[in-house]
Design a protein around this ligand. Structure first.
Ligand SMILES: [Zn+2]
Length: 385
């Protein structure tokens, strides 16, 4: 059975719906990792399972349905909607979220004044849970720490920070936990399939095996570090009969974990999702280097607040960095960083480091730390990673 990919279902909204469907469908928009939006049919059946799975797993951490939550998400712009659309959005988002005890904070532009406002808001409403895009939660927590507000944040009694939609790097998880004094929890899923796996208190990632069959498709030509071979996550939704996903690859990398978890839950496990396929940097020889390597290297300099690594071509890598206030990158640090990158990408690679005042989020409100124009297909690759 071949693997189904985003490009296979892109632009085929009507064709992926079962002809004998019994339920209403609606379009779900996702930004997609190639910046091209994917529109997939959503339906109640799939969402009911996704919702139940999410709350079951948050419950493992003592966060039960109805806890007060502040969310860092983006909901798009209502200026594009007609009056019916606006009323619907109001009912769905304002009324439903209020009933669910959710309060939304826009993740689209988290600049300094907005973060100060968000902090004041959290102090006022005292949520049990923060939830949102990994990058938004990290950028916000990092700002709290740098503003000397960590003590105040810890006193607010947030019991858990749930990260969704994007890869939460381990250094981001550490910052979030340090600031809020509570666990930062990985909820792994995608809009098309809902929750795929969830972190348990023993820090294992359990798959939602009752509703989803998860495989790892081996990945050739990869230099992705020690341990078991990394592959692509491939899932089959077992309970969605309206728009079935069979052997679907959302573009994420992980490994299967054997054995049983110390928490006692019997659900199968995968390793921490190590990034999106599009975060891979590919050399001319076809070696894949994981994006996480670059995020670690840049982060380790200790002077950078936000950054983006872009592989512009096989021979050129650019790093745009927003420096922390009052900090600068020394010439030695720059040289060491470049030398370390060349160890993995080869001596021929030109590395450009530039300092910018701000790096905006994507239109979806998410943020990509590593991009490769080679793996995004904007440059002809010698093989398809
Ligand atoms: Zn477990």
């Amino acid at each position: 059975m071949p693997v189904l990919r985003k490009q296979d279902i892109q632009g085929r909204f009507d064709q992926v719906i079962a002809t004998d469907r019994k339920r209403r469908v609606w379009p779900l928009r996702t930004s997609g990792s190639t910046c091209e939006p994917l529109i997939y049919p959503g339906n109640q059946e799939k969402y009911a399972y996704g919702f139940a799975n999410a709350w079951r797993c948050r419950g493992w951490w003592g966060l039960h349905l109805g806890v007060k939550a502040v969310c860092f998400y983006e909901r798009g712009f209502s200026i594009y909607l007609d009056w019916k659309g606006r009323i619907k959005r109001f009912l769905v988002h304002e009324v439903r979220d209020r009933l669910a005890n959710y309060r939304l904070f826009s993740a689209y532009e988290l600049d300094e004044p907005r973060m100060a406002k968000a902090f004041g808001y959290i102090r006022k409403v005292r949520p049990d849970m923060l939830i949102g895009y990994a990058s938004s939660l990290y950028v916000f927590s990092d700002w709290v720490e740098r503003s000397g507000l960590t003590e105040a944040a810890r006193r607010m009694g947030v019991a858990g920070v749930v990260s969704t939609s994007e890869v939460l790097y381990d250094w981001q998880q550490e910052t979030i936990e340090r600031v809020w004094g509570c666990p930062a929890i990985n909820e792994y899923g995608c809009v098309e399939a809902t929750i795929i796996a969830h972190e348990c208190p023993e820090r294992s990632w359990h798959t939602m095996a009752e509703s989803m069959y998860v495989e790892i498709e081996p990945f050739e030509n990869a230099d992705l570090g020690e341990g078991p071979k990394v592959g692509e996550v491939v899932l089959t939704h077992l309970l969605d009969h309206t728009a079935p996903l069979i052997r679907y690859a959302p573009g994420d990398l992980s490994t299967l974990v054997k054995g049983t978890c110390r928490c006692g839950r019997g659900l199968p496990m995968i390793d921490r999702v190590q990034g999106r396929k599009h975060d891979l940097i590919v050399t001319r020889e076809g070696k894949c280097v994981h994006g996480q390597l670059f995020t670690h290297l840049v982060q380790r300099t200790g002077v950078v607040q936000k950054f983006q690594v872009v592989q512009e071509s096989y021979d050129r890598l650019s790093i745009s960095a927003v420096l922390q206030a009052g900090k600068s990158m020394s010439e030695e640090q720059e040289t060491a960083l470049k030398a370390e990158i060349r160890k993995h990408l080869g001596d021929q690679v030109e590395i450009i480091i530039s300092y910018v005042p701000e790096l905006p989020n994507e239109a979806s409100g998410k943020y990509r730390w590593v991009r490769s124009l080679v793996t995004e297909g904007k440059i002809r690759a010698p093989f398809s990673p």
